[in-house]
Design a protein around this ligand. Structure first.
Ligand code: PLP
Length: 249
């Protein structure tokens, strides 16, 4: 056997092993999502699982799609573009930090931009969506812990910024997204998630034009059940589903 085919055999065994782990993870996560939904007085189908696919190969993402995963989210525009044509049909979203000069690559390619963190960015999405003749659904990212290291609207600015962004043509606000600070205490984490749910309900109740609050995207591998219990309608799960990024990059 040549060295090359040895390599390939090892790789295919490794891939098969990762597929098996993915299948177990996917089933377990779906079960837990369903249970958390019921605990929060909702139905399993009220919660959307989004696979956070940064660093995950298109082959493994496709295996997840084959298992039933319907939504994926990428963090980097270049990585999304690189994988795009290799992916089986699925709903693709953008969840990462977005520079205005990269917006052009996302318009018409993703169904939702979750990480809109400034009016300036929303204006660029608006401009390019109008040019393309499309309406781009977006979420407003909230910096719920007011962390200097994170982007997003500050809670106290949220109301006026919802109004400014909703006034822009070519886009529609479909909800809110947040990544709370790392918390030692579960109670503290619940407080961040619950306060996000309050903003979500409050903005929804205003029934403003061009604001269609039906997605509250919060919760990741470490805290998705807590997020659901506190009101999340969408969880974004990466490592718990696909395996550790450090080992497999
Ligand atoms: C990576 C990422 C996730 C998933 O993180 P895990 O801890 O691996 O589940 C969710 N949301 C965003 C914005 C991410 O960048």
């Amino acid at each position: 056997m040549t060295e090359k085919s040895c390599d390939t055999l090892e790789q295919s065994e490794e891939f098969a092993r990762r597929c098996t782990v993915l299948e177990e993870n996917y089933k377990r996560i779906c079960d837990r999502i369903a249970q958390a939904a019921v605990r929060s007085g909702r139905k399993p189908e009220d919660i959307t699982l989004l696979g956070a696919t940064k660093t995950v190969s298109p082959e493994l993402i496709n295996h997840a799609i084959g298992l039933g995963l319907q939504h994926i989210g990428e963090n980097r525009v270049q990585e999304l573009m690189d994988k795009y044509d290799a992916l089986l049909p699925c709903d693709k979203q953008f969840i990462g930090v977005l520079q205005t000069n990269k917006v052009k690559y996302l318009i018409g390619r993703v169904s939702l931009i979750q990480s809109v963190s400034s009016v300036h960015l929303a204006q660029e999405i608006s401009r390019l969506s109008q040019k393309a003749g499309v309406i781009t659904p977006i979420l407003l990212e909230v910096n719920v812990g007011k962390e200097a290291s994170k982007s997003g609207f500050l809670p106290e600015e949220l109301e006026e910024n919802v109004a400014s962004v909703a006034a822009l043509p070519g886009l529609r606000i479909d909800g809110l997204m947040a990544i709370p600070p790392i918390c030692d205490q579960k109670a503290q984490l619940e407080q961040y998630f619950s306060v996000m749910n309050e903003y979500f309900i409050d903005i929804k109740s205003k029934k403003s034009d061009n604001v269609n609050m039906n997605i509250l995207s919060m919760g990741m591998s470490a805290d998705y059940e807590t997020a659901i219990t506190c009101g999340a309608t969408m969880v974004r799960i990466g490592s718990l589903l696909f395996g550790s990024r450090i080992l497999h990059h």
